[in-house]
Design a protein around this ligand. Structure first.
Ligand code: ZN
Length: 303
């Protein structure tokens, strides 16, 4: 009887030690993960023919700009978000086309979303209405572009300075965002074409841009020479599906981007494109990322 009690005591002691040990390892891992986090990570997700960009700040704030056409975005988010993270702080729906909001419907279904930025006025199509229904079911705060108040993010269009153009082309209603990090400027164009590019030039609000998410998947009607001459992008990111029926990106747009001095990355060739900005520097990684053991251990052993 006495031996049995001693055995139970030893087992209990071992269990407590194991729990304490696991907790210490977990806590250390968590701290190290936070240390190796870049100041901002921008990921152009490989969602096929569509657009989806995930932005994460080191304080944990996350913003998803568009969601591609279908549930592919969920797989891609699973590669950039930690497995237990089921919340996204901000979703921006640039405009109502299916290749931008289709996948957002699945995101709203799967994640808790706190803020949704959109132009309610320009939504009118079956997929846009399905998206709006999903938005209404989410208890998120709905924010008009001009009311977005997020540190480090500026809405460039539409604003009180650059009004929403009256057009039948939803592309030209895309919300344009700038993200600032130290001396770096990032610009996300949605599917904007030449009309709004001209408006932005005339409003004299453009400045030198380091990283450009190219407008409209690299279509020939976007990235005009005049626009590129003003912003002079260093890195140009194009989201397009392999062998897509629209033949995006168009050779003439690619040539204009190259002529402006930009290094071009494209999801149809490079897969997911990740840019990490940290310590007055940034670097680009291409290829879809998975949570392999080597990725975890590389992150943990970095410090
Ligand atoms: Zn599009």
């Amino acid at each position: 009887m006495k031996t049995k009690k001693m055995l139970i005591a030893i087992m209990a002691g071992l269990l407590i030690l194991t729990i304490v040990f696991c907790w210490i390892v977990w806590d250390q891992s968590r701290r190290k993960l936070q240390q190796v986090k870049p100041d901002i990570t921008v990921t152009v997700l490989d969602v096929g023919q569509g657009d989806s960009v995930f932005v994460e700040w080191s304080n944990g704030t996350q913003m998803l700009i568009d969601g591609g056409v279908d549930a592919t975005v969920l797989n891609r988010l699973g590669e950039v978000m930690l497995p237990w993270d089921r919340t996204i702080d901000y979703i921006v729906a640039t405009h109502p086309h299916a290749d931008h909001v289709g996948g957002l419907i699945t995101v709203l279904d799967r994640f808790t979303v706190e803020h949704i930025v959109l132009n309610v006025d320009v939504y009118d199509s079956p997929v846009a209405n399905a998206f709006l229904d999903a938005v209404m079911q989410e208890s998120a705060q709905i924010i008009a572009p001009r009311d977005l108040n997020l540190a480090g993010v500026r809405v460039m269009y539409p604003t009180d300075n650059v009004l929403l153009v009256q057009t039948d082309n939803p592309n030209e209603t895309s919300i344009v965002l700038a993200v600032d990090y130290k001396q770096y400027r990032l610009l996300f164009m949605g599917d904007i074409g030449e009309t709004v590019e001209q408006q932005l030039i005339q409003a004299q609000i453009l400045e030198d841009v380091d990283i450009l998410k190219v407008g409209h998947h690299g279509s020939k009607y976007s990235s005009s020479r005049a626009f590129l001459e003003v912003i002079q992008p260093e890195i140009a990111l194009i989201s397009a599906g392999k062998d897509n029926v629209y033949h995006h990106p168009h050779p003439s747009a690619l040539q204009r981007l190259l002529n402006s001095g930009a290094t071009v990355y494209r999801t149809d060739q490079d897969g997911t494109i990740t840019i990490r900005l940290q310590d007055n520097d940034f670097y680009v990684i291409t290829g879809n990322q998975r949570w392999t053991w080597s990725r975890w251990s590389a992150m943990l052993s970095a410090y």
